[in-house]
Write a protein that binds this ligand. Structure first.
Ligand code: PMT
Length: 404
């Protein structure tokens, strides 16, 4: 499955605000992910950033006026409106918001907006008092009721020296929310519980037993599910990753903590996906103080951790329960054994311990196994794509279960 932005036509509207300096980075992110981006700037935006920057980064002509002869601006803005999969205005000034709310079309961007029917996202960025002004709030309410999406600005210190709401969110955040708009919503309102990352079993206050799970696979699933409309809770062991936007995070360290969080949230979940690499064993005592290295040999006694997924399989009622199998050999045999032993509806088998798939990698090579003995094998793909393929199969099962 291609990336969300692959071959998508995005129009980026840029107004005259100090935050315009963040927009080349947003454009770069979208282009890097495969989007074709066209930029329409207001005359005031040109006071903050040159159109050549956008032309160079997008590889497309930039529209500032409808009357640019060489670019046939007046005709082109209708074509861009018809072709666009989504439009994002960032930063959106109070002036532009007012014009859009009232159907005023007195420049290239506001005229273009009257012709657009695709997703429209508005990112206001301005001084806090201006943002909170009743007229601006009223105009934003109108835009929302007209079906446009308003991305709330961040709060913080603004360029004008005031501290409050009005900062343009980061380009990564804006791109993520745009991505969500472009996704199908086949998991709308499904409550999904995902576990990700490793667990860390303490030996003493400074040492622990763990594994190489980075959390990338589980976080990719949580992010993709949120984009597809699900209400996602992510139980995460220690990772270096940023929390996916819009996902409820529960941070844990040990297998026992992970078990508790999973059990607590299972009952209210519709779908449970257990991606975490749980440490199978833990030291049977945790030393209160740092163990001194005085002996040549140190023997640690380990206790087996609970198999959380197996316990979830026993408690399963209405949930769709999905596990992962990390194997270095005999994937088919071991994955099918785990599927049956843990009472799963699906298991994702991956061969681990190589540079393309498994722990720490950006890609994964998976096979899906089902209770009827069928399996589906996939080539190596980025983990975002693996996440979407897995969710496609889960969404299909949700539909079939709902019909029965
Ligand atoms: O995090 P990344 O770096 O992106 O790497 C992704 C991954 C390799 C960790 C992931 O794709 C994966 O394979 N996760 C499962 C890892 C694992 O523990 O596999 P397993 O075959 O040992 O366990 C089978 C299943 O039982 C898993 O769903 C696991 O979460 C669960 N389990 C295992 C042991 C235990 N005590 N409790 C469990 O719940």
């Amino acid at each position: 499955m291609p990336c969300i932005f692959q071959d998508k036509n995005i129009v980026l509207g840029v107004c005259g605000g100090i935050a315009a300096y963040k927009i080349p980075e947003l454009l770069r992110i979208l282009v890097k992910q495969g989007a074709s981006v066209k930029v329409i700037m207001t005359r005031n935006a040109e006071a903050f950033i040159g159109k050549v920057t956008f032309e160079a980064l997008s590889g497309n002509p930039v529209c500032v006026s409808l009357f640019e002869e060489e670019n046939q601006g007046a005709i082109r803005h209708i074509a861009w409106a018809q072709e666009s999969d989504a439009v994002i205005i960032a930063p959106a000034t109070a002036n532009m918001i007012g014009k859009l709310a009232n159907g005023i079309a007195d420049d290239a961007l506001s005229t273009f907006m009257l012709a657009v029917t695709s997703h429209r996202i508005i990112c206001p960025a301005m001084n806090t008092n201006m943002y909170e002004n009743r007229a601006v709030q009223r105009n934003m309410d109108i835009l929302e009721s007209d079906g446009l999406i308003i991305l709330e600005p961040d709060a913080g210190e603004l360029a004008c020296g005031v501290t409050g709401a009005g900062r343009l969110p980061s380009p990564e955040y804006i791109a993520d929310r745009l991505g969500k708009q472009l996704c199908k919503k086949d998991l709308f309102h499904q409550k999904i519980l995902v576990s990700a990352g490793p667990t860390m079993e303490p030996i003493d206050p400074v040492r622990f037993i763990s594994n190489h799970s980075s959390g990338k696979m589980g976080y990719a699933i949580a992010k993709a599910a949120e984009h597809r409309g699900a209400d996602v809770t992510l139980v995460s062991g220690p990772t270096a990753l940023r929390a996916p936007i819009g996902v409820h995070m529960i941070h844990v360290k040990t297998a026992d903590e992970m078990a508790e969080a999973m059990f607590e949230n299972m009952e209210t979940s519709d779908i449970v996906i257990k991606v975490a690499a749980v440490a199978d064993y833990k030291p049977n005592v945790q030393a209160e103080h740092k163990i001194k290295k005085k002996d040549e040999k140190l023997i640690l006694q380990l206790d087996k951790n609970m198999d959380i997924l197996k316990a979830l399989g026993k408690r399963k009622t209405h949930q769709i329960l999905v596990g992962f199998a990390a194997e270095t050999q005999d994937l088919d045999t071991h994955a099918m054994e785990k599927l049956q032993e843990k009472n799963l509806d699906m298991i994702v088998g991956n061969i681990v311990g190589n540079s393309e798939s498994g722990f720490g990698t950006d890609t994964n090579k998976v096979t899906l196994y089902f209770p009827d003995g069928k399996k589906k094998q996939f080539p190596t793909m980025v983990k975002d794509d693996v996440a979407n393929i897995l969710l496609d199969h889960i969404a299909e099962k949700v539909t079939v279960d709902a019909e029965n």
